[in-house]
Write a protein that binds this ligand. Structure first.
Ligand code: ADP
Ligand code: MG
Length: 676
């Protein structure tokens, strides 16, 4: 397998240098990397169901015969529409296509097809809009890949199909045979073939089980190799505690929990035995930023350079503002570095970091890039850790000589998993909210109540408060969803036309996002219609209403994060989830939100309702290289950890010859920030 990482994609049919360039944007630079680019999910075309029995609100696969087709008619502008009636022998459905003359030509003469899409039922009919259509021979489990604007999942699928054919008969398996036997794992060749093109559900599950194990195993080996490193170093220990001075800068009194956690970190940094490695968990709004600020303050006063990494520019900007404010007059030099920092300013910051004149830098992924060098990096804090990968954090940590490490998380991570991800680490919990917080009242409504909702919003805006409205990301085939732009336009033209409405979405330029966010923070915007870009960290205490449209589209932890954007000040806050979902499971999930504000309870419920598999699948773990969509169970985590420890006990440096493929995988995981 390792040799396939040396073969460029241009070896494949129909892939020239331009296409190869598009693949490289996904971090795929070789045949090997392509094979390791696992599907995000699958579409099950293998088991078509009956029209009358098909579930609602999710994509389904229906096999049927085209009975009648009306030719495309123009409806407006260049848009054409045509409808066909399809029968499965028992029931009929009407299928509508827009702008798809070629599909019409394909299916007008009748015949058998598979239709893959969302089925809606009205009083007398079943309807499907813009499904994908294939011949019955395509009835298989089909891979869906993460796509880009230039590269569709289907194009990736074609390339992968060729790459799979290039796999040697016998692959050099990184997992030693005795471990595979012990844990009942299939070999690498089978796994790669079946993760992309599963012959059936069982094969897919086997492949996934093995790849998950492999990833955890390799990860644990890497973490193990590193932490044994860290045990034998002299830490950059500090001698003085400046917490008291810091507290005099803080405009409020810290909670006991905040003080305790600050104390734990300072004790860690004073230790002469080993560098700090600590996970701080605290529910949304528990005040993690102030804790991070206190630790940076003391570390910097002791001469350590500090890096504070956050996942979005909005959040970086906001932390920078609040820390700059706090530290004005302390003599500490603080800088902000993001992807949109202007060239001239950037040059200055890079030189300041290298010379050591900058004490604290706050930034996004930009902090990881090669040209960022520090003179004496001694503390690395990662906020919202689940947004980063192991490799990304490792890249930042490696810019200093065994710096102290803090990762912060709003989601409780099971202890075993935390050990897997972070190595041997200590845990602090901020288990107390700042005083005066009132729980956010949460309601679930359906779209019929929307006009009342708008009245409610207006009332609060008249009172001087602000409101977020979150719409899910619009993906292809989501014909029922409205984009944030359209939504905002609707509000603006109709019911809430007298309010100041702003839009925020992921495709906007960072500078533009900042402008909108600052305007919202300054109270110049009443209603911010946005995608989930505001999910993490953003802090505008005057915003008191969070509306979440199509709430069924979000996982519990994500809903909790979104709700955490309000209820940050002393005013009573409300979260209103709008959903027309009818599935019992979905309703149960959403109702959990109405019954509690406690993030830990919610995470537990999330785990209970969806099973640990999905929990890991939602990227709460910070393992982006874990490309296998979900983790089957906790047992894998512990098994992989145990197996890795055993192996390292035997071969602490992975220097034995038969472990060469393993060493290759460890290097691949830890050296790549992108995961190629
Ligand atoms: P999170 O833990 O979600 O990162 P933040 O650090 O953003 O939370 O803090 C949320 C809000 O609570 C901020 O407005 C912050 O100023 C405020 N805050 C934090 N600690 C306290 C405290 N001890 N007393 C009062 N307000 C606080
Ligand atoms: Mg935060």
């Amino acid at each position: 397998m390792a040799s396939l990482f040396k073969i460029p994609l241009t070896q494949l049919d129909k892939i020239g240098s331009k296409k190869a360039e598009q693949f490289s944007k996904l971090g795929i630079g070789s045949i090997g990397a392509l094979l390791r680019f696992y599907p995000r999910t699958y579409e099950d075309w293998s088991r078509p169901c009956k029209i009358a029995e098909a579930p609602r609100c999710e994509n389904v696969c229906i096999r049927g015969t085209v009975e009648s087709a009306k030719p495309p008619a123009r409806i407006r502008g260049n848009m054409t529409i045509f409808r066909v009636t399809v029968t499965d022998g028992d029931s009929r459905m009407t299928v509508t296509f827009f702008n798809q003359k070629y599909t019409y030509d394909r299916i007008k003469s009748g015949g058998d097809f598979i239709f893959y899409g969302m089925l809606k039922a009205s009083a007398h009919d079943y309807e499907m809009a813009s499904p994908q259509v294939e011949e019955p021979s395509m009835a298989a489990i089909r891979p869906i890949y993460q796509q880009t604007a230039e590269l569709s999942s289907r194009q990736i699928e074609k390339a992968v199909r060729q790459a799979v054919a290039m796999l040697p008969e016998k692959t050099n398996d990184p997992i030693p045979q005795h471990i595979r036997e012990e844990f009942g794992l299939c070999d690498l060749g089978f796994a790669i073939k079946n993760i992309h093109f599963p012959s059936d559900h069982n094969a897919c599950e086997l492949a996934r089980k093995r790849l998950v194990f492999e990833e955890l195993f390799v990860l644990q080996l890497g973490v193990g190799l590193r932490s044994s490193d860290r045990l034998n170093v002299t830490p950059q220990n500090i001698t003085a505690d400046y917490t008291k001075e810091f507290l005099s800068l803080l405009p409020y009194k810290p909670t006991n929990a905040q003080q305790r956690v600050i104390g734990q970190c300072i004790t860690d940094m004073k230790s002469t035995c080993r560098p700090m490695n600590r996970l701080i968990q605290g529910d949304v709004g528990s005040g993690k930023t102030a804790v991070a600020a206190a630790i940076c303050h003391t570390a910097a006063k002791n001469g350590l350079q500090c890096a504070f990494m956050v996942p979005t520019e909005i959040l970086a900007e906001q932390h920078f503002q609040s820390l700059s404010g706090l530290f004005a007059g302390t003599g500490l030099n603080i800088a902000l570095l993001t992807g949109s920092t202007k060239q001239a300013a950037k040059k200055q910051i890079l030189s300041g970091l290298k010379s050591g004149s900058i004490d604290i830098v706050i930034g996004t992924h930009a902090l990881i890039s090669d040209n960022v060098e520090f003179s004496r990096l001694g503390l690395v804090i990662t906020d919202e850790q689940h947004r980063f990968g192991v490799a990304q954090r490792a890249a930042l940590n490696s810019k200093g000589r065994y710096p102290h490490i803090i990762v912060m998380s709003a989601t409780p991570i099971p202890r075993t998993l935390a050990l897997m991800i972070f190595g041997d680490l200590d845990l602090s919990v901020i288990d107390e909210m700042p005083p005066g917080r009132k729980p956010t009242d949460t309601y679930l409504i359906d779209s019929e109540k929307r006009s009342r909702l708008y009245g409610f919003i207006r009332k609060h805006i008249t009172n001087g408060n602000q409101c977020y409205i979150v719409c899910p990301l619009v993906e292809q085939n989501d014909s029922e969803l409205v984009s944030a732009e359209e939504y905002a336009e609707r509000l603006d033209k109709t019911v809430l036309s007298d309010c100041r409405i702003g839009i925020l979405h992921g495709r906007m330029k960072p500078a533009e996002k900042d402008r909108i966010m600052s305007a919202f923070a300054a109270g110049e915007i009443d209603i911010l219609v946005s995608t989930t870009v505001i999910e993490v960290g953003v802090n505008v205490p005057n915003a008191t209403i969070m509306v979440i449209e199509n709430a069924e589209r979000f996982g519990l932890s994500q809903l909790h994060q979104l709700r955490g954007r309000v209820g940050r000040g002393s005013d009573k806050a409300y979260c209103i989830m709008v959903s027309d979902a009818s599935s019992q499971a979905t309703l149960e999930r959403l109702k959990v939100m109405c019954s509690t504000n406690n993030g830990f309870t919610i995470a537990d419920e999330d785990l209970r309702l969806r099973g640990p598999g999905d929990f890991f699948g939602t990227r709460q773990h910070g393992l982006p290289e874990l490309r296998t969509a979900k983790l089957t169970d906790m047992v894998s985590v512990e098994a992989a950890r145990e197996a890795a420890q055993k192996l390292l006990a035997n071969d602490p440096e992975l220097s034995q010859r038969e472990h060469a493929p393993l060493k290759f995988e460890v290097a691949r995981l830890f050296n790549n920030t992108g995961g190629a």
